[in-house]
Design a binder for this molecule. Structure first.
Ligand code: DQA
Length: 142
């Protein structure tokens, strides 16, 4: 069956409690529910993962991404500096959409630069949970 890998990086386990004015009041569990419902609607399966640790995310991607239809990744702050995650996404060569809940271009200057985005087919930023669903739709058409 067609499978999409969904990864959330550091601090996204705090969704709902963390800066709710920016990230909203819904939790990571709510996000996972939304993503699973979307997967059912699209007729795909999902491998969902969140970690606060760069290496764990990379290990997960090495294991789960090969053979997947695509990767939807919100690397959190790793977006802004993790060359290891960038290298990982480049090496895997699986179509990737980078998602950010907030609009990284409308915030602090340091957030507008994503080093991982260069390894992605595209970036969806600022559309909240909806960004994940749109990314999944896109990957399902590839
Ligand atoms: C984020 C934006 C990042 O700048 C931040 O470090 C996050 C969340 C977002 O989803 O808007 O952790 O990726």
């Amino acid at each position: 069956m067609k499978r999409i890998v969904i990864v959330n990086g550091p601090n996204l386990n705090l969704l709902g409690k963390r800066e709710p004015k920016i990230y909203g009041t819904r939790s990571l569990a709510d996000l996972v529910k939304t993503v699973r419902a979307k997967a059912r609607a699209l007729g795909v399966t999902v491998s969902v993962f969140q970690s606060n640790h760069e290496g764990e995310i990379i290990d997960f991607l090495h294991k789960e991404a090969p053979g997947a239809l695509g990767i939807v990744i919100n690397p959190g702050a790793l977006s802004h500096y993790s060359l290891a995650l960038y290298d990982c996404l480049q090496a895997l060569d699986v179509p990737t959409v980078e998602v950010h809940l907030s609009n990284i271009h409308a915030r602090e200057e340091f957030r507008s630069k994503s080093v991982t985005a260069r390894a992605a087919k595209g970036v969806i930023t600022g559309l909240g949970f909806e960004g994940y669903g749109l990314a999944m739709e896109f990957l399902n058409k590839q």
